[in-house]
Write a protein that binds this ligand. Structure first.
Ligand code: PGA
Length: 252
C-alpha cells in the first residue's frame, strides 16, 4: 500500500443480495462507522436499491457504485442500465467485467472495453475486474490471461487528464470459496499488474490507478492483505453484506 500516491479503497460488492429496506439499513450502519476509517469506503448495492442508498450516503464518506452498466446512453436494450442513469442516481463508481458476469452473462474483453469507455465518458470511475480460473493458474497461464484482460480491456480507451481507473485482481478460484490467495501470490500478481499499468498508461494516471484484491477477504485476513506493498485496497463480496463485519475490514 502506498498512501502517499493512492488513497486505499475498500469496496463492498453486494451482488444480488438485499431488498431496498435491507440495503438502506446496512448503508445507514456503514455511514456511522466509515468516517473513522483510514480508507475510502464504497458500496455497490443491486440496481433496485441504488436510489434509496444514494439518499443515505450522499454527503458522507461512503461512495456509491453500480455493479454493471451498458455502453449506450439509451435505447432499445431491454434489461440494461445506462451510464446516464447511473450518474443521475448518484453513482461515482461502476464495477466492470466481474468474473461472475464473464462466467454467467457472456461478458467478453470487448464488451468490458466498451463499458469502460462509456463509464469514463460519463465521469464514472470504472473498477476493471481481472482474474484467472483455477485451471488457468494450474497450467501456468495466470500472467498471460491477466495481460490479455488488461490489454484488451483498455485498448484504445481515451483517458482524459481527469480520468480515474481502479483495477481489481480477483482470482476466480478465490471468489466466494473461502480460499484466499496467499499474500505472496497476491503481491506477485499486483506487482505484475502495476508493471502492465505503468507500461500502458501515461503518468500521472498510471501512478493514480489503485489495484484492489478480491476473493474471500474477511476481517481475519484484511490486515495482512492490505499491508502488501502493491495492494491499494480490497473488493469484498460476502463479508461486506453485514455492516459489523465490513466495519472490521475497513478498520483493518
Ligand atoms: P467474495 O467475493 O469476497 O465473496 O469472495 C468477492 C467478489 O466477487 O467481488
Amino acid at each position: 500500500m502506498n498512501p502517499a500516491l493512492r488513497k486505499p479503497l475498500i469496496a463492498g460488492n453486494w451482488k444480488m443480495y438485499k431488498t431496498v429496506s435491507e440495503a438502506v439499513n446496512t448503508a445507514r450502519e456503514l455511514v456511522a462507522c466509515a468516517a473513522s476509517a483510514p480508507v475510502e469506503v464504497m458500496i455497490a448495492p443491486p440496481f433496485t436499491a441504488l436510489a434509496s442508498v444514494a439518499a443515505v450516503v450522499r454527503g458522507t464518506p461512503v461512495a456509491l457504485a453500480a455493479q454493471n452498466l451498458h455502453w449506450k446512453n439509451e435505447g432499445a436494450y431491454t434489461g440494461e442500465i445506462s451510464p446516464v442513469m447511473l450518474t443521475d442516481v448518484g453513482c461515482q463508481y461502476v464495477i466492470i467485467g466481474h468474473s461472475e458476469r464473464r462466467q454467467f452473462f457472456g461478458e467478453t474483453d470487448d464488451t468490458v472495453n466498451a463499458r469502460i469507455q462509456a463509464a469514463l465518458t460519463h465521469k464514472l470511475i470504472p473498477i476493471l475486474c481481472v482474474g484467472e480460473t483455477e485451471a488457468q493458474r494450474e497450467s501456468h497461464e495466470t500472467f498471460s490471461v491477466l495481460d490479455k484482460q488488461m490489454v484488451k480491456g483498455l485498448e484504445g480507451v481515451p483517458f482524459a487528464a481527469d480520468s480515474h481507473l481502479v483495477v481489481a485482481y480477483e482470482p476466480v478460484w478465490a471468489i466466494g470459496t473461502g480460499k484466499t490467495a496467499t499474500t505472496d501470490q497476491i503481491q506477485e500478481v499486483h506487482a505484475f499488474l502495476r508493471g502492465v499499468i505503468d507500461k500502458r498508461l501515461d503518468n500521472p494516471l498510471a501512478k493514480s490507478v489503485r489495484i484492489l484484491y478480491g476473493g474471500s477477504v474477511k476481517p481475519e485476513n484484511a490486515s495482512e492483505i492490505m499491508n502488501m506493498p502493491d495492494v491499494d485496497g480490497a473488493l469484498v463480496g460476502g463479508a461486506s453484506l453485514s455492516a459489523a463485519t465490513f466495519d472490521r475490514i475497513i478498520h483493518f
